[in-house]
Design a protein around this ligand. Structure first.
Ligand code: PLP
Length: 374
């Protein structure tokens, strides 16, 4: 018996999504699957293995610890660290054969020294800031930085990359902004190649650009979201068919009849206006189910939507099941996913709390056991 409160991750959906992306971009484009933040809450190792099995050839994580976890589990595919790696972590990068993003001159010497000691040629990817204003060397400074990297005998400038700020948007202004970012990236790439740097792996396409900006693909795309079956833009058609992989399931831990005029949960933010059948669900913000869903969220019971009444607590929440007949102890409750004819997507939950779907799955904490299917 699986635990009653659980996250189910359908690995066959993940494999399906990887294949769908692969088919869409064609056989000459590699997929570097972004599996940072516990694979957007889906589970780092099982997702990484599923992605590689389905045709992904590289992985990207945010930090060293995530890369080390993959290596220690025996994953041998190339792994790019997308975040900043401090100089003191460079020996670990080399030891675990990870690929760091470099943007600071101070990173070069310690990395080169560690690579030299190990007798390895260490690949690096330089990140350019073409308009995200976050991590990355500014276009005007890249040539100088690449030259400094090239002076280091044990470093190999394998990749040049950048990140797009609004690739998901269908707004004309935003599309123009993305095109300017792509142009800027292309200019930097050409300049570096003309200066003699043999950059074999330029990449800039996140999930949204992979599907909406074909010119952004080069020979490598770097999607996250769509591999999990989630849409970059709720209101916009996705040209490929992806399936959500994650469900959050719990159960009815108590059914009770409340008279009219009874307060529910902390802060007395909800008062029954009529005799109400309430069901207790043992999930809360201590599981990563956000308190912002208080009096706003819905869950599925018997295939029908039941509204959350009162505040979401750390470990429990209450829903109104007055209109759903026959609800009883230990009935299944689906907080995210489908049940009979009903379904609740990560985007639905995101809308209820004024967030984006990324936040919904990534927030789900380790306390909820993950069960892998498929
Ligand atoms: C998270 C991230 C991605 C993946 O973004 P999606 O929108 O999920 O495809 C790609 N590149 C970088 C640098 C990232 O930080």
């Amino acid at each position: 018996m699986p635990p009653l409160t659980r996250i189910e991750v359908d690995l066959s959906a993940i494999r399906h999504n990887v294949s769908a992306v692969k088919k869409y971009v064609g056989p000459r484009v590699e997929i570097m699957a972004v599996v940072k933040a516990n694979a957007y809450g889906h589970g780092l190792l099982p997702v990484a293995r599923a992605v590689l099995k389905a045709g992904g050839s590289r992985l990207a994580v945010n930090r060293l610890s995530e890369g080390v976890e993959l290596r220690q589990a025996g994953v041998t595919a190339p792994i790019l660290i997308l975040g900043h790696t401090p100089a003191s972590d460079m020996p670990q990068i080399v030891r675990h054969r990870l690929v760091p993003t470099v943007t600071e001159p101070d990173q070069l010497e310690p990395l080169d020294r560690a690579a030299s000691r190990a007798g390895q040629l260490q690949p690096i990817h330089v990140k350019v800031d073409t308009g995200m204003g976050r991590l990355g060397v500014l276009p005007a400074e890249v040539e100088k930085f690449a030259a400094r990297a090239a002076e280091r005998q044990n470093l190999h400038l394998e990749g040049l990359y950048s990140h797009l700020a609004v690739a998901d948007s269908s707004d004309a202004d935003d599309k123009a902004y993305t095109r300017r970012q792509l142009d800027s990236f292309e200019r930097v790439l050409t300049k570096l190649r003309q200066a003699g740097h043999q950059i074999s792996l330029p990449h800039i396409a996140n999930a949204a650009a992979t599907v909406y900006f074909p010119q952004s693909r080069y020979q490598l795309v770097r999607p996250g979201l769509i591999l999990y079956g989630l849409k970059p833009n709720h209101g916009r058609d996705l040209p490929i068919d992806v399936k959500p992989a994650l469900s959050l399931i719990s159960y009815v831990a108590r059914v009770k009849k409340l008279a009219a005029g009874k307060d529910v949960s902390y802060g007395r933010t909800f008062t029954t206006s009529q005799p109400t059948t309430a069901a207790l669900v043992p999930v809360g913000y201590g599981d990563g189910y956000h308190r912002g869903l208080s009096n706003k969220g819905q869950v599925l019971v018997g295939g029908r939507r039941a509204p959350i009444i009162g505040r979401v607590c750390m470990d429990q929440l209450v829903v109104d099941v007055t209109d759903i007949p026959g609800v009883k102890l230990e009935d299944e409750v689906v907080l995210l996913g489908s049940q009979r004819d009903g379904s609740i997507s990560a985007s639905d939950i995101a809308d209820w709390m004024g967030e984006i779907n990324y936040v919904v799955t990534t927030a789900l904490l380790e306390r909820i056991p993950r069960v892998y299917l498929g």
